[in-house]
Design a protein around this ligand. Structure first.
Ligand code: TLP
Length: 346
């Protein structure tokens, strides 16, 4: 049996989800006639207490459409230095929207208001216009950390002060909500747009949602078409997303418990560094001795039946999801500790 902790994207649909997919009512969504897509979008808009939502194939497309919505050629976008939009989206914003990023470092994904203030451009003719501020919640490369509502509120206030739009990459906003008990709509109230993923911890096979007001969603639909995302009987995949939204949010809490359990077990090894206080949701980042080649370590783990991925530079990442149980969690920690012993010839 393989224990796959590379990401929470690796889950496969449950029987109940497959049943929902198989029996989904569908139509041609380019005509706005797919009943299941419409149901998913309405469900999501209600859940977030926003005017409208749009089903898109991926989280990257969700973010990139929102960046396109809020910017013009030559604008600047303030992002946190470790964010997904900057690191893992193949410079799509440069290609699609012709914008550049202004990266603001932070400790755990929460940019300080003073740092943002300093990053916002003044009116000099040779500066780009600061059009948009993006945050990521939970924050992937910081290890699934949760942005506080107060930090989000302060950033929203700044965005308003400077006339910028405010976007949330909420690929794992569900995890933030599960960890804090704060409803997704309470997070959403501060943003012009959010992109949230159904295919991460919620376990749908495909799909993300853009959430915002009607004007933004109408424009987003056009952008989705431009990007080749005008889908037809997409209710076949939206059904998995709707099922995930309705039945899988409650599963996230146990992913968080397993992640913490794994982190605590690793922290008992003198050879592993893991910041327990940063394990807030379903992601664990840890460091192994610098003398160990990370590729070799990952290969040994793989041979023992454990798949891990690389996180932020120098870190190994383990991501927990509903297809990992307690027993697999403890086996995974044993494999990691044993692989380090092997690497160190102990
Ligand atoms: N993240 C993936 C990889 O791309 C790293 C993962 O395994 O974690 N925002 C955030 C915060 C994400 O973590 C991801 C995916 C996305 C956006 C993009 O979602 P997809 O892969 O659906 O385009």
């Amino acid at each position: 049996m393989i224990i796959d902790l590379r990401s929470d994207t690796v889950t496969v649909p449950t029987d109940a989800m497959r049943e929902a997919i198989a029996t989904a009512a569908v139509g041609d969504d380019v005509y706005g006639e797919d009943m299941t897509v419409n149901a998913l979008q309405e469900y999501a808009a209600d859940l977030f207490k926003k005017e409208a939502a749009l089903f898109v194939p991926t989280g990257v497309m969700g973010n990139q459409i929102c960046i396109a919505l809020h910017t013009q050629t030559g604008d600047e976008v303030i992002v946190e230095s470790e964010c997904h939009i900057f690191h893992y989206e193949t410079a799509a914003s440069a290609i699609i929207s012709s914008v550049q990023f202004h990266c603001v470092p932070s400790v755990k994904g929460e940019m300080e208001t003073n740092s943002i203030r300093n990053a916002v451009r003044t009116n000099e003719y040779y500066f780009p216009r600061t059009a948009l501020i993006c945050v990521e919640n939970t924050h992937n490369r910081h290890g699934g950390t949760v942005l506080s509502l107060s930090n989000i509120a302060e950033t929203a206030e700044l965005a308003q002060e400077f006339g910028c739009s405010f976007h949330c990459d909420g690929a794992r906003l569900w995890n933030a909500a599960a960890a804090t008990g704060i409803h997704v709509s309470d997070y959403a109230q501060y943003f012009d747009t959010l992109s949230v993923c159904l295919s991460k911890g919620l376990g749908a096979p495909v799909g993300s949602l853009i959430i915002g007001n009607q004007r933004h969603i109408t424009a987003a639909r056009k952008w989705r078409k431009i990007l080749g995302g005008g889908m037809r009987q997409s209710g076949m995949i939206a059904a998995g997303g709707l099922h995930a939204l309705m039945y899988h949010q409650d599963l996230l809490q146990s992913d968080h418990t397993n992640a913490m359990d794994f982190a605590l077990r690793l922290s008992e090894s003198p050879f592993i560094r893991v910041a327990i206080d940063k394990v807030e949701t379903n992601i664990v980042l840890f460091e192994i001795p610098k003398s160990i080649n990370i590729e070799v370590f990952l290969k040994i783990c793989q041979n023992e039946g454990l798949l891990l991925s690389k996180g932020r530079v120098g870190f190994i990442r383990a991501v927990f999801h509903f297809q990992i149980n307690e027993r697999m969690t403890s086996t995974a920690s044993e494999i990691v500790i044993d692989a380090i012993r092997q690497c160190l010839d102990l």
